[in-house]
Design a protein. Structure first.
Length: 287
């Protein structure tokens, strides 16, 4: 089954697929092993910065290796690629999925460049899934030290969403519905009614994606899935777990120099979070 098929299955059955970011191969292992243990698919993402660190070809090779080793569907996404060139680089390297994020550009440019990426990607690989983004998502994947104010104009408008997907041909749409990137200082408040309206406006074969999944209370995540979110992105929660486990390991064993020893607790910490999220998303036993 293609990624598109799993996303349609998730929407029809009322669950969501998880998307988790990596910049190291041990995080890749943690995510794919967690998915294997829960008998579900793994979607692994690299932002431009993460991909630069790990390597595009290396990420593709890891995807192939974990598919082979674990025998589950593993999909690789170019998360928040912010130019046509960067997105095409991921297509050329063999990514299964592209997220072209031109949400900071004027609407017309967002449409024409996103469409250009869709056409380029589908020509190279008809099975590829392409995500566009509409609305403005503040923050970055870290623990926020300042309060982030979401403005009404940041939010995705349902009618514009309909227009955007029909003019670009994207398979997935990332929406701004009260979410931000990173762990916010105050409790996030998703606009569930808005998600519902976007879901009604956009054709069913286009998946709605919720970014900034870290720190959103479980009840809101469940409510978002109930009204049609089919894919949820998590980065900060696993970054924090990874970093905290490493810090603890070094404080307990300051003389340890073997990476395969000092990073195993960090890998386990990531795996634990990923399993918790996949269970929350209702993704268990879906392959
Ligand atoms: O694309 C990545 C995600 O949107 C990550 O968001 O760091 O708030 O979990 P997060
Ligand atoms: Zn994101």
């Amino acid at each position: 089954m293609k990624l598109k098929d799993y996303l349609e299955k998730a929407l029809a059955e009322g669950w969501a697929t998880g998307h988790f970011n990596v910049s190291e191969s041990d995080q890749f292992r943690a995510i794919t092993e967690a998915a294997k243990e829960l008998n579900t698919i793994a979607i692994v993402g690299t932002s431009e910065g993460e991909a630069k660190h790990l390597g595009y070809f290396e990420a593709v090779a890891l995807r192939d290796a974990f598919r082979k080793e674990l025998g589950i569907p593993v999909f690789l996404n170019s998360d928040h690629h912010k130019s046509v060139e960067a997105a095409e680089k991921a297509v050329d390297a063999g990514y299964d999925s592209i997220h072209i994020d031109l949400s900071a550009e004027p609407y017309k440019k967002n449409i024409s460049w996103t469409k250009e990426v869709v056409e380029y990607a589908k020509k190279k690989n008809p099975e590829i899934s392409v995500e566009g983004e509409l609305g403005y998502l503040r923050g970055e994947s870290k623990i926020q030290k300042e309060k982030i104010i979401i403005r009404p104009e940041d939010l995705t408008n349902p009618d514009t969403a309909k227009d955007f997907v029909s003019r670009t041909g994207v398979d997935r749409l990332a929406v701004a519905v009260g979410n931000i990137h990173g762990l916010s200082m105050d409790e996030p408040a998703l606009d569930i009614e808005r998600i519902k309206k976007i879901r009604e406006a956009v054709p069913k074969n286009v998946a709605l994606v919720l970014h900034g999944g870290s720190g959103i209370p479980d009840g809101q995540i469940r409510a978002a899935i109930e009204v049609g979110i089919a894919n949820i992105h998590i980065n900060t929660d696993i970054r924090v777990a990874y970093a905290e486990a490493l810090r603890e390991e070094f404080s307990k064993n300051p003389d340890e120099t073997a990476p395969y020893k000092f990073d195993s607790s960090a890998r386990e910490a990531v795996k634990k979070i990923v399993k918790e999220k996949l269970e929350l998303f209702g993704a268990k036993n879906r392959i």
